[in-house]
Structures are given as C-alpha cells and as structure tokens.
Design a protein around this ligand. Structure first.
Ligand SMILES: Nc1ncnc2c1ncn2[C@@H]1O[C@H](COP(=O)(O)OP(=O)(O)O)[C@@H](O)[C@H]1O
Ligand SMILES: [Mg+2]
Length: 395
C-alpha cells in the first residue's frame, strides 16, 4: 500500500518523435494537436504535457488504447527514451537531465524494467538471466549467485535455476523476468504490459502473484496495461492515457464512480462495479450514538432529524455494540426509559471497509443497515441496501 510519499514526479513531460522536435514543440505550445502537428511537420507527439506523481510503495497502472503513449511514458522514466521537454524527478533528482553514466547507474540500482516478451537470454540459464543485472554492475560471482537463488525462491522457481528459459512455460518465463528485475534491489519496477502475452488463466495467476509480491516487498511499480479489468484489479491508482495525454488519474473506485469523459466511460462500461466498489466508498457517514453518553431521547431526536429508522450505538472505543430502531425509541421515550443498553439489538451485520460490494450481499437479509468498520474495528458508517443497488446500477 501507498504511504503518500512521492517517489516519481513527472512534470510537463513532452516527447516528440522525429527529426524536427523543436518546430513541433513550438506548434504544440501554440495549441497544435497531435494530428495537426503530424500533418504540418511529420513529427509524432508521443507524450503531450503529462504531469503525474507516483507515491512510494504504490502500484500505479498506466492504461490506454494502443498508441496512446503508455510505453513512451514509462520509457522516459528510465530514459530508454529521451524526453523532448519537461522534468522527471526520482525522489529529488531530475533524471530527465542527467548524463548517460549517471543514468546507467540509476538503471542498475534504482529503476528496473520488466518487458512484455520477457526479454530473457535464450542461451543463458534461468539463474544466469537473473544474475545479469548484477554482473553488469561488477558484483562478484558468489554474491550474484546467492542473490539470484534467493530471488528465484521469492518467485517460486528455485528448482529451475539451471534450466534454459525454453524449458519453462510463458508464465514461468515471466516470473524469471520479474526475478531479474527484483534481483537488482531497485525500489522502482517498470512493467510494460508484462502479462499481455500470457493466457488468461495464467495471467490472472500472475496478477495475484504480483499483488502478493508487492505486499511483501513494498516496491513502487509502474505497470502498463491496455486491459481495464487488470488495471482495476491491481492498481492503487490508475492513469488513463489518450493521444499522449493523461485523461484521468484516480483510484479504481474513482474511475468507475466518476469517469471524467466518454473515453473512460467506454472503458468501464462492461466492468462489474460490485467487484470494484468497496463498502467504505458508499458507506453513509452517520454519527453513531455513544453508549453511556446518549439517552433514548437523544437517539429519537437524531432519528427524527435525519429521517433514520435505525441508528448504531458504539462503545467508548468507537466500536459498534448495537443498533436501535425508531419504534423502540419512541416507545422508550413514552415510558421514560432512558438507558440504551437493554433496548438495542446486539445482533447486527458488520463488514470491513475494504470489502467489495459483491461480497456483502448476504448481509442485507435482516433488513437493517450494515455497520462498516475500519481496520481497528471502529465504526465507519453504514451500508444501505438501496445505496448498494444504486451504486452498481441495479436501481
Ligand atoms: N520510435 C518512434 N518513432 C515515431 N513514432 C513513434 C515511435 N515510437 C512510438 N511512436 C508513436 O508514438 C505514439 C505512442 O506510442 P507508444 O508509446 O508506443 O503507445 P502505447 O504504448 O500506448 O501503445 C504512437 O502514435 C506511436 O506510433
Ligand atoms: Mg506500448
């Protein structure tokens, strides 16, 4: 998960392909479009003024149709492609403007890349492939070997160290590609459609594997995908590209609940929203009653003022301990019975905040709102069945 510390900051990045980038840049700054610039100069606007901040430890997906500029953008981050204009800060260093020697060091220690077609050397063993980046850095044989073996263990391939890549399935070969990137200890991994060449089933396994590794290793991953389902499944944030621009950046939930335009709407139209939206994203943040502080009268006032049939009661640690309903409160107030303890229902449905809506459907049978709790078990709001249906488009 992300800790909100920027590790990559891209500012006003522009990449123009062709032999007259300055002329094209001038046209772009005067308001030229990708098409008009191509027509008048023959230059291709690969990246059009992109700014994006990626936090340490997050998995940031860059998504978009083919030709939208995804590969160009990540290749600028390790300068396999030189940007035409703009800045790319890795922590505090602007790597858009460092020399090739420094860039080589950065590639060997800070940013490693995993390619779509694995990019393995066919005549080197699996272990030699994984060692490669360390060898380039001049690390001794024994140390290299140890590191390669321990990294192969992380991706579950230690028994295959001495085989050639061709003896392995596609999914296993991509694990080797991943191990090679991990062996460098780089904090940042760039992955350009790493799973696109894999069968759907293997691909899903690899996505799960990546999420597991990400949790364990806490790398920052910039992951390119043209598949919205993949993006929504693995991304902490997703940046959607079109024609060299970033159209929207958001969490999976933000993209599907507030798509910026028709391009994004078209991407998300087949998405099963119940699998993406979480309990916390649609929970109503209703202030609960506090046991020992609030009386039945206070409860009734709240329920009348906010037109609620049910209201949750929490203890002094903010943990939900019961729920009261309006009829009971009306009767109690009439009978001048003040204490909530004996009047609240203590058997109530709860759900943890990150649970996706799809896994909450068994909770609405009691006909009372579901209490949403955060990771400490504290009350974080309520889920109403009608809100759930509305948010997934069933009402
Ligand atoms: N070396 C190049 N020379 C000229 N145009 C290129 C080059 N590489 C990419 N492009 C163009 O830049 C645009 C973005 O390409 P790319 O970053 O590869 O997109 P994506 O990875 O999203 O498919 C495309 O229009 C592509 O044709
Ligand atoms: Mg690409």
């Amino acid at each position: 998960m992300t800790n909100n510390k920027p590790i990559i900051r891209i500012e006003h990045l522009i990449k123009i392909y062709g032999d007259k980038p300055r002329t094209a840049l001038k046209l772009f700054r005067e308001g030229g479009t990708r098409d008009s610039i191509l027509q008048s100069t023959g230059q291709v606007l690969g990246i059009a003024d992109v700014s994006v901040t990626i936090n340490k430890g997050e998995l940031f997906v860059i998504m978009g149709l083919s030709g939208s500029g995804k590969s160009t953008l990540v290749r600028c981050i390790n300068r396999l492609i030189n940007p035409t204009s703009g800045n790319i800060y890795l922590e505090e260093e602007d790597i858009a403007h460092v020399d090739e020697n420094r860039m080589r060091e950065i590639r060997q220690t800070k940013v490693s890349m995993v390619f779509q077609r694995f990019g393995l050397f066919p005549h080197k063993t699996v272990a030699d492939n994984v060692e490669y980046g360390l060898k380039v850095r001049g690390i001794g044989k024994a140390e290299r070997r140890n590191k390669a073996l321990s990294t192969l263990e992380v991706v579950g391939l230690s028994q295959w160290a001495d085989y050639l890549p061709s003896s392995l399935s596609g999914g296993m070969q991509q694990r080797v590609g991943l191990a090679r990137a991990l062996a460098t200890d780089a904090d940042i991994l760039l992955m350009d459609e790493p799973f696109s060449a894999l069968d759907p089933l293997i691909r899903r396994e690899m996505q799960d594997e990546l999420l597991r590794l990400q949790k364990q290793l806490q790398k920052t991953i910039v992951f390119i995908s043209h598949d919205i389902h993949e993006a929504l499944k693995i991304g902490d944030h997703i940046g959607v590209m079109k024609d060299g621009y970033i159209v929207q950046i958001g969490t999976p939930e933000e993209l599907i609940s507030q798509p910026a335009d028709d391009y994004i709407r078209a991407f998300i139209q087949d998405v099963n929203r119940a699998q993406v939206l979480t309990a916390s994203s649609i929970a109503r943040k209703i202030t609960p009653l506090v046991l020992g502080r609030d009386s039945t009268r206070g409860a009734l006032t709240e329920m009348v003022d906010y037109n609620l049939q049910h209201l949750y009661v929490v203890d002094k640690y903010s943990k939900p301990v019961g729920v009261v309903n309006k009829l009971t409160m009306e009767a109690a107030v009439q009978q001048e019975s003040e204490d909530l303890t004996s009047l609240m229902q203590t058997d109530f449905p709860t759900v943890e905040a990150p649970t996706c809506l799809e896994n909450t459907f068994h909770l609405y049978k009691q006909g009372i709102p579901v209490a949403v709790v955060d990771e400490e078990g504290q009350f974080a709001g309520v889920l109403e069945y009608s809100d759930v249906l509305a948010s997934i488009g069933q009402k």
